[in-house]
Structures are given as structure tokens and as C-alpha cells.
Design a protein around this ligand. Structure first.
Ligand SMILES: *Cc1c(COP(=O)(O)O)cnc(C)c1O
Length: 825
């Protein structure tokens, strides 16, 4: 569906400047995701941190002609002659309003989903259950925010027969806008959990806010066993039909009479609106899946599906994979695995993700795509659309798998393309064997067996993996940014291989999120980042005398902490004929590790810097010894005073502005008035608040699997030197992780534990080099089951506390042979 630009202007009540004709099919809020410039309308959104108006010149250069702005750029007529500017008082509201008007054009059932957990699962399952018989348009991934909802609703088109959209809120007052955009006819509440509790005065207030989505809906689906929800709903009296479910009360529409859990599936017996007893069998057993399936069954019954059809389709429900995984592959390949449902919107998001990642050693971009199921479009149209999308997103090699895609190969028009009827045929082909130095995006409907493909293509180093959640890292970045003045710059510390999480991937994500500086320890780490396409400013914290050439060649800016280093650097730069090379001056204000003395050294330092032009001081900084603990506040104050004096002296001696910085993660929070020009964020980025050891958003999860289980009788021993005495008959599991992987040997002999199926299992006996033994007596587990060493459910600080050390040491101790796997929702 397209809108003429003048129609858009009317719909959002904008004043239009410029009169170029245009038809809008795409709306854009992030310049990095641009795909079809001529048909795109860009909304210049403003946040504390960023201003979309700054990207107008770049987008104009790339062919965009339509912009919604709060201020028309200066000299617009001269610089952007043929552009249309739609001027509004709030671009965000305009985006929401456009989506709202778009929504109003559809007289079809719209399901709106809210709740603390399970929104995406319910949305995806409804899609799986209903798309065999109708064209379902749904939010891509979890686009459920103030921006994500309008972008989702915009996807409704003339083929749509049902819309399914999720809405997420974290604060009071947010739901009204989302409600107005979605205007659900069927409103669904999954559940109310404890997330975002801090932003509401009571759980009731949060519940009330979420239930604003229900206003004006024809029917309301919720769990009547939740007293709070029922109470709030009865009080607000929305007028809609109650379609509640319950395991207790037969008076509701969906009365669940029995939930029967078997080892691999759950059978749910129910009576819908007093009719015949019915049941279905769900291929999952966890509590959340069971509740979400009941909601889905209720909605499907309401939409007229009969019990048998529902039962048949529920038995084939697939798990909802929400993560994009990045893994190291064989033959120099990088794999991006996206087993999220194969559809064109999620394809676009995955391609965008691949595209935003900087080039990796000049790797070419390859897409392996299965048939796209249930798109609602005629095949030829669908695959032509795929072709133009893929081309726009810079894919160089296209590999199509499946009968439909083969039948429509004529619609795909890439320079290099290959087609196979099945994954097996692809695996046997020379195309598969020839994959080499490529970024390969695997995007396949589950039924095509893409997992087999991933299995063959990943480099298998070790069964122990460190999972790194890139979204959580971005959330942590924003958590700290929210505490900083909008103009304060940020250095992200990715020394020690990104505190163990892997510097390259972390750097790619941080660059994408516009970190001002990245800091690594040594020049080689910086060079690796450059070779992987990182163009951000990079600081080298421990520059080696032997690596100056590397720094010059790769634009790596060293820290300078002594006259000896300074002289050597000046000499090396002069020899290369380099002038104005940026350096960062470190002052020692109390750590007594490295740095110039603010009183004694700074005058001489200024003089020396004035007498040369090879180097230029770009920033001056110091480091707190104890910003994490109040007991050092007086000392921190002294440190700051020394820094303030020395750094100001340096600043005053130069005409250009020298940036000053002293706050680290703990400092950002504890000494906000000392944030100055820039802050250096380390541990906080990786999800640990150094002030109280609390987890902000967990980034890294170290996981392994059970290799072998055995029963060990009372009186016997486990492991080297017979240290693990067993005092009653026990079940012992061996796991493939040892001190050579970074599992500290001091955790052995029951000084620490890991989690097996979320239950604590102590380390028994001495931890070996490559293997450890754990006590799983009484825990329901099998060989091959996953074991969490630390992470989402077991904070790394539990380990560092047991070891009487700091989380930094545990994180950075994980050895290189542990595979890093990266996730993005
Ligand atoms: C490591 C480091 C930081 C970051 O410290 P966190 O406590 O991890 O935030 C900041 N500045 C310097 C000089 C560092 O070496």
C-alpha cells in the first residue's frame, strides 16, 4: 500500500514545504536501516541522545526525498531543493498518528497483546495457528515499543485479514498511545509479572496501565485466576465481552478442567463456553508455554476454529526462537543464524543486522533462504520482492532452498545465485563445499531442517560456550547513558577481550550504537578491531614501545603516561613524518600505577608537547581507586582535586579543547558531577553494577553439558587425590569444563556450585584441567542436559564472592578455547 505524500501531510496535520511528487511505502526512523530511498518517509525523531535531524543530509545523499521534521533544516531550498519537508510539532506523535490513521482503514479483527511475559510467544503461535486459513500481519520480532508499534501497524496491507500486534510498556502513561494505534478488537493480557515494578507505585497501578489496551475491545482475553487482573477489569468495566480462562471457575468462557503433564508434552482438557469437553496436546511442558497455549486456543475458538483443527495445529506448534545468533563458522565464515519464522519482515530485519555489521576481513555476504511460507502474497510477487530486498541489502550470493523458491527462480535476479530442492541436496553440492570467507545468513523455516546445516557449518571447538547477549549489553549502555549528561562522551572499555565477552563482536555492536570511543589494552587488539571493520576511535591503554608502527598504521590512539614513553613516541612519529597524532595523557592522582604527576610533571609535559608537532593531546584523564565504595569518598575527592588542577593546567596551555575524563562505571553513578567531557564505561557495560555487585542486564552466560552420569556409593571418592568423599549414595555428573577453561579450581570440593535444570549442583572433589564433577543427587537430569556455570540464573558475582575475588577476574579468566556465541533478539 502506498500513500501519496500530500495525503500523508493531511493525515498527520503537517505543514508541507517542497512540492516534489512522491509515493510512500516505507517509514524509517533509523538511517542505518534505509532500503528503498525513493519510497521512504523518514521521521526525524529526537531523543536525549540523538537527533534524527542530523541524518537528513546523509539520507538526502542516499536518495530519500521525504522527511517529517520538527524543524526544517537551514538553507533547505538551496541544499535539498527537491525534498519534501513535513513540519510537525512532534515527529514521534506524527509517526504514531500516521499509524493510527493507517490502522483505521482496516475493518478486520485486530489482536492486541500485552503482559509482562509471553507476548511474543502468543503472537507467534497465533500466527502459526491462524495463518493456514487467513493472511495474518503481525509485529516483526518484538517490536512493541512507542516506535515499534507504529512501525508494526504500518505493515498492514490490502491482503491482511487479521492483525496481531504486541505492546510493551515500562512506564505510566505509555499505553494510551499504543492503544490508539492498535485499537484491538480482541485484547489479550498474558500475565502480570514483576518487570518494571520500580516505575509504578503499586502492582495495581501497573495492571491498570496495561489494561488500558482493553478499552473499546470487543472481547477481552485474560486469566481469571489472577485476582488483581479480575478486580481491575471488573472495576473499569470496559463493556467488552469477557473471554477469560480459568482452572478454578467453571463460570468463565474457557474453563480448563485438567492439565496433564507428560515427559515431552502436555494435554490440556477444557470446556469452551459450556460446550462439549475438548482437549489438545501441546508439545511443550513448561508453565509459560501451557498458559500461552490456553490463551491461543481461546482466541482461535473465538475466531471460529473448531476444537479438532485447533488440536491438530497446536500439536505442531514450534518453539519461538527470538534470537539472531552469530557464530564462528568453518573456512573463515561467520554464521548468522536466524531460525525465527521465515517471513519477509523478519528477513528484512536479519538482512539489516547483517548489513550493519562492519566487514570482516572483506568477507562477502551470502544469504541461504528457504521457501517463505504463508506470506499471503502470490509466489511470483513474493520472490520478486525478496529479490529486490536482497539486492538492496547488499547480498552478493543467494542460495535458495525448497521447491517453491526453485519454481520461482526466475523472479530472483542476483549476480550469483544457486537453487536446491532441499537442505540435503545443498549439503552434497559443490556450492556448499565452496563456502569460504563469507558472512552467511541462514534464514529458514524450521521444517526445512536448517539446524542440520548450522550443525555442519559451525566450528566446533569445545562443548562449553559463553553466550553473549548483545541486546542486554546495549540495554546496559543505555542504562548508563541515561545517567549521563546528553553531551558527555563515552569510552567503552573492551580491554581483556571485552571483559571476556569477545572484543570484536562487542565492538561491532558498540559502533552500531555510536559509542564515541573504544578502548583496548594493547595495539594488537586494536589492529584486530580495525581488520574487522571497526572505524570508531580506538584508544590503547597499554601501548607497547614495540608497537608504535601498528598504532600509526591503524589509527590507534595511545595513552601516554610517562616521559620515557612520550619521548619514544615522538621519536617514532617524527621518523615516520607524522604530525598531529592524537594521544591521551594519563595523570596519576592516587592509584600510583601509571601516569604523570599532576603537580611535578605537568609543567614539563606542557613544555615538551609545545616543542614538537608529532603528537597532539586529545584528552587528559585519571582513574579512581575506589569509586565503587563510599568509604573512599574522601580519597576520591582528593584525587579529583589533583586531577582538576593538573588537567586544567594542561587545557589552559593549548588552544584546542582537550577532553577531560575521570569517571569509570561506578563513578558515572556515584559522582555524576564529575562526568566532565567523557566517561569510561567498563564493568557496567557487561551488566554488573560495581557499586553493589547487582546484575543490571546479564550479558554473559557460561554453559556446558552433562557428559556422563554415574551413581557413586557412600564411602567412595571422586576425582584426583580422593578429595571428593561421598558420605551418602550419590549421583555424580561429569561436565567438560575445567580450570583450563577458566573454571577456578578453588570452586572445587563443594566451595561453589553450578545450575542443572535450575537446581544447584556443587562441585565435588578437585576440579580437573578439562573436566569437573558435580553432585546432581536428587536433580532430575540426563546426559546431554545443559549446565549453567554462571549467567542468566546464576550471577557471576556468586562465583566471585565464593572465590573472594571480583567479577572482573572471573569474566576475564574464561579461556579462548571456549566458543563465544552472540545473540541479538
Ligand atoms: C578498566 C578501566 C576502566 C573501566 O573501569 P570499570 O570499573 O570496569 O568501569 C576505566 N578506566 C581505566 C583507565 C581502566 O583501566
Amino acid at each position: 500500500m502506498t500513500y501519496p505524500i500530500e495525503r500523508v501531510a493531511t493525515l498527520i496535520g503537517a505543514q508541507r514545504q517542497g512540492n516534489t511528487e512522491a509515493h510512500i511505502s516505507f517509514v524509517l526512523t533509523d538511517s542505518r536501516s534505509l532500503c528503498f530511498p525513493e519510497e521512504t518517509l523518514f521521521f526525524a525523531l529526537r531523543s536525549n541522545r540523538n537527533d534524527g535531524h542530523n541524518y537528513i543530509p546523509e539520507l538526502y545523499r542516499r536518495g530519500v526525498r521525504c522527511f517529517v521534521v520538527e524543524e526544517v533544516p537551514e538553507r533547505a531550498a538551496e541544499l535539498f531543493g527537491d525534498a519534501n519537508f513535513l513540519c510537525v510539532s512532534s515527529t514521534r506523535q506524527a509517526l504514531q498518528q500516521l499509524a493510527q490513521r493507517h490502522r483505521e482503514a482496516f475493518d478486520i479483527p485486530i489482536v492486541g497483546i500485552t503482559g509482562s511475559n509471553g507476548k511474543t510467544m502468543v503472537k507467534e503461535w497465533l500466527y502459526q495457528l491462524l495463518s493456514p486459513q487467513m493472511v495474518v500481519t503481525r509485529s516483526p520480532r518484538s517490536y512493541n515499543s512507542q516506535i515499534g508499534v507504529p512501525l508494526s501497524v504500518w505493515l498492514l496491507n490490502s491482503h491482511s485479514q487479521l492483525g496481531v500486534f504486541e505492546s510493551g510498556i515500562s512506564q505510566k502513561g505509555e499505553m494510551q498511545a499504543l492503544h490508539d494505534i492498535i485499537k484491538p478488537t480482541i485484547a489479550v493480557l498474558t500475565n502480570i509479572g514483576s518487570a518494571h515494578e520500580e516505575n509504578f507505585s503499586t502492582p495495581e497501578e501497573k495492571c491498570r496501565e496495561k489494561l488500558r489496551l482493553f478499552e473499546g475491545a470487543e472481547v477481552m482475553v485474560y486469566n481469571a485466576d489472577d485476582a488483581l487482573v479480575t478486580h481491575v477489569l471488573n472495576e473499569t468495566n470496559n463493556g467488552g465481552q469477557h473471554l477469560a480462562w480459568s482452572t478454578k471457575s467453571p463460570d468463565v468462557a474457557m474453563f480448563v478442567t485438567k492439565i496433564d503433564k507428560q515427559p515431552t508434552h502436555t494435554t490440556i482438557h477444557y470446556i469452551y463456553k459450556g460446550g462439549e469437553p475438548a482437549s489438545y496436546s501441546l508439545p511443550f511442558i513448561d508453565e509459560a508455554s501451557v498458559c500461552n497455549s490456553i490463551i491461543c486456543a481461546t482466541v482461535c475458538r473465538y475466531l471460529g476454529l473448531d476444537a479438532n483443527t485447533i488440536g491438530e495445529r497446536i500439536s505442531k506448534l514450534e518453539p519461538v526462537a527470538m534470537r539472531l545468533e552469530v557464530k564462528e563458522g568453518l573456512n573463515g565464515c561467520t554464521l548468522i543464524n536466524d531460525s525465527y519464522n521465515s517471513d519477509i519482515n523478519s528477513l528484512d530485519i536479519a538482512l539489516d543486522f547483517m548489513n550493519r555489521r562492519p566487514d570482516h576481513n572483506g568477507q562477502q555476504r551470502t544469504l541461504v533462504l528457504s521457501d517463505i511460507l504463508q506470506s499471503g502474497l502470490p509466489d511470483a510477487e513474493l520472490y520478486r520482492e525478496v529479490s529486490s530486498l536482497v539486492e538492496q541489502r547488499g547480498v552478493q550470493k543467494f542460495i535458495g532452498i525448497g521447491p517453491k523458491i526453485c519454481a520461482n527462480k526466475g523472479c530472483i535476479a542476483l549476480a550469483e545465485q544457486h537453487f536446491f530442492a532441499s537442505v540435503e541436496e545443498f549439503i552434497r553440492s559443490s556450492v556448499f563445499k565452496g563456502l569460504h570467507n563469507e558472512v552467511v545468513l541462514l534464514k529458514g523455516a524450521r521444517s526445512f531442517g536448517f539446524d542440520q546445516l548450522t550443525e555442519l557449518m559451525v566450528k566446533k571447538v569445545h562443548e562449553t560456550t559463553l553466550e553473549v547477549n548483545l541486546n542486554a549489553m546495549v540495554d546496559n549502555l543505555n542504562y548508563y547513558r541515561a545517567m549521563m549528561h546528553p553531551n558527555t562522551k563515552l569510552v567503552c572499555m573492551i580491554k581483556a577481550d571485552g571483559y571476556g565477552a569477545g572484543a570484536v563482536e562487542i565492538a561491532k555492536t558498540l559502533q552500531d550504537h555510536r559509542a564515541d570511543y573504544l578502548a583496548v589494552a594493547v595495539a594488537d587488539e586494536g589492529a584486530t578491531l580495525r581488520r574487522n571493520g571497526i572505524t570508531s576511535n580506538i584508544m590503547i591503554m597499554n601501548p607497547e614501545m614495540t608497537a608504535f608502527k601498528t598504532m600509526f598504521d591503524y589509527d590507534l590512539e595511545p595513552e601516554v603516561y610517562s616521559f620515557r614513553l612520550l619521548e619514544a613516541l615522538i621519536k617514532a612519529a617524527e621518523k615516520e613524518g607524522i604530525t598531529g597524532f592524537p594521544v591521551h595523557i594519563k595523570l596519576d592522582t592516587g592509584m600510583h600505577r601509571l601516569g604523570f604527576d599532576p603537580e611535578k610533571d605537568v609543567p614539563r609535559l606542557i613544555e615538551r608537547l609545545h616543542n614538537q608537532n608529532a603528537l597532539i593531546p586529545k584528552s587528559v584523564f585519571s582513574h579512581f581507586v575506589g569509586s565503587d565504595a563510599d568509604q573512599f569518598d574522601d580519597f576520591s575527592q582528593q584525587q579529583f582535586e589533583r586531577f582538576d588542577m593538573g588537567s586544567k593546567m594542561l587545557q589552559a596551555a593549548f588552544e584546542h579543547h582537550i577532553l577531560r575524563h575521570i569517571d569509570n562505571s561506578a563513578g558515572i553513578e556515584h559522582f555524576p558531577q564529575r562526568q566532565l567531557d567523557m566517561c569510561r564505561l567498563g564493568l557496567g557495560l557487561y551488566g554488573i553494577n560495581p557499586r553493589n555487585n547487582a546484575i543490571i542486564n546479564n550479558v554473559s552466560t557460561l554453559r556446558t553439558t552433562i557428559l556422563q552420569l554415574r551413581e557413586v556409593k557412600a564411602g567412595d571418592t571422586v576425582g584426583y587425590s580422593r578429595r571428593g568423599t561421598i558420605d551418602h549414595d550419590s549421583v555424580i555428573a561429569a561436565i567438560p569444563i575445567g580450570y583450563a577453561d577458566g573454571l577456578n579450581r578453588r570452586l572445587g570440593n563443594r566451595n561453589g556450585y553450578c545450575l542443572v535444570n535450575n537446581q544447584q549442583a556443587e562441585y565435588v572433589g578437585n576440579i580437573c584441567m578439562d573436566v569437573a564433577m558435580i553432585d546432581v543427587t536428587g536433580i532430575d537430569c540426563h546426559e546431554g542436559d545443559s549446565v549453567e556455570i554462571f549467567g542468566d540464573n546464576l550471577p557471576v558475582t556468586v562465583l566471585s564472592d565464593a572465590l573472594q575475588t571480583i567479577p572482573y577476574e572471573v569474566l576475564t579468566g574464561i579461556s579462548n578455547r571456549v566458543n563465544r556465541v552472540y545473540f541479538q533478539d
